[in-house]
Design a binder for this molecule. Structure first.
Ligand SMILES: NC(=O)NCCC[C@H](N)C(=O)O
Length: 415
């Protein structure tokens, strides 16, 4: 056990406005969202698979849905920060602009000459214009004119990307996460998403709001995505290991959390390496202090490898043991209540796919959920959970729900 053992906070211990997240369900005070923008307009039937979207969203409607999502949160007193605003504000710092330019220009793709031309063009942009390129990307036909016509320019199709767009920025859950008073910039596994962390990294490094923020983990470590990390209770993390987060990622995240005194137990939870279950939060999320909504197909099979400090600077790994029991034990409660997705196996499969499990708790027993998951929402209400329904017909085409689309930055402690 490390000296700085994670301990439950007293509810009055900290003033509002200090970033800190110790649980999945503590009253949500501040959250980071990304209003989908021009980057979504880059999706075509030729690139949507590679860019991890299941279809081509109607962008205006997706924005309306997202605005309604943000308004639902604001109406409950949650401060909503938008990633594009933070990015543009951070980019007013010259050092942030330099970091943004370097992270966006890929010499391996463009060759040295074209990369140089593009870097000097981007360096001359103001913060707002640069923020636009960093999120929406740039095609070859949008490149600045330059003397001579390089082979690279001539042989690429005008619609090829010189800088890839980042349509999955919408899912702010995955590219950074807060544990206690520290932010971890995730290490994303899919090539289509990797550059996202250069933007979250830049925001936390240069935006004045986060000037005194300590880091946990880092984007160059083994893969860990925020959608796989559940803060079951103060000091207790569950980390899904599957399509995205690797065993090495879960182990090094655990070591780093122990070293920083952020956790006493990490449960590494194997999940199927499939798109339908790409993150742990696609199969279960917490809806109350002691309750989860969970895909029934995995409920009895879900296991965990508990990881704890060995008292000698290393870690001890136990298990595998049944997840629900291990979680309840680590949380210090008798048992976890489980609310099933869907009604029958087919509805459950449909609603799991449509992110019925992917709820965002804004307080114990109060969640945001997609309205389309009618049966799951009814079950939640039967179990006493208040469900604030949002529409996600277009937002859902990227396969992510309210939890995926939100990165809590401050939650009040659980009373
Ligand atoms: N936590 C989540 O499950 N996030 C959803 C991410 C969806 C995105 N299209 C992806 O494939 O990464």
């Amino acid at each position: 056990m490390t000296a700085r053992q994670a301990a439950p906070e007293s509810p009055s211990a900290r003033p509002a406005g200090t970033p800190r997240v110790d649980s999945e369900v503590g009253p949500l005070r501040t959250v980071l969202l990304h209003r989908p923008g021009a980057e979504l307009k880059r999706l075509t039937p030729r690139n949507n698979d590679q860019l991890l979207f299941d279809g081509i969203p109607w962008v205006d409607r997706a924005q309306e849905e997202h605005d309604a999502f943000a308004d639902t949160l604001r109406a409950r007193g949650v401060e909503v920060l938008l990633l594009a605003d933070l990015l543009a504000e951070a980019l007013t710092d010259r050092r942030a602009r330099a970091a943004g330019v370097w992270s966006a220009v890929d010499e391996r793709r463009l060759g040295i000459d074209l990369a140089d031309t593009l870097r000097s063009h981007l360096t001359g942009l103001d913060a707002a214009a640069l923020a636009h390129v960093l999120t929406a990307g740039m095609t070859f036909e949008e490149l600045p004119a330059a003397e001579g016509a390089s082979l690279v320019r001539r042989m690429h199709h005008p619609h090829d990307f010189a800088i890839d767009p980042l349509p999955n920025l919408l899912f702010t859950r995955d590219s950074s996460l807060w544990v206690g008073d520290r932010v971890a910039v995730a290490s994303l596994s899919m090539p289509a998403r990797r550059r996202e962390t250069s933007l979250t990294d830049l925001i936390y490094a240069y935006h004045p709001r986060f000037a005194r923020t300590d880091r946990a983990y880092g984007a160059h470590s083994a893969p860990v995505e925020g959608g796989d990390v559940l803060l079951l209770a103060p000091g207790v993390l569950a980390i899904g290991v599957g399509e995205r987060t690797t065993p090495a990622g879960a182990e090094s995240f655990a070591r780093s959390a122990f070293a920083d005194g952020l956790a006493h137990t990490v449960l590494a939870v194997p999940i199927a390496q499939e798109r339908a279950t790409m993150h742990l939060d696609t199969v279960c999320t917490m809806v109350d202090r002691d309750a989860l909504v969970m895909y029934p197909v995995i409920r009895d099979a879900l296991s965990a490898y508990p990881i704890r400090p060995d008292g000698d600077g290393g870690v001890r790994v136990d298990g595998p043991v049944p997840f629900l029991e291990a979680a309840a034990e680590a949380m210090g409660i008798e048992r976890l209540r489980v609310i099933d997705t869907g009604l029958d196996p087919v509805t459950a499969e449909r609603e799991q796919w449509d992110d019925g499990n992917n709820t965002l708790a804004i307080a114990p027993g109060v969640v945001l959920a997609y309205e389309r998951n009618v049966e799951t929402n009814a079950r939640l209400e039967d179990a006493g959970v208040e469900v604030l329904r949002i529409s996600g017909s277009e937002l859902g085409s990227g396969r992510g729900g309210p939890r995926c689309m939100s990165c809590p930055i401050e939650r009040a402690p659980l009373a």
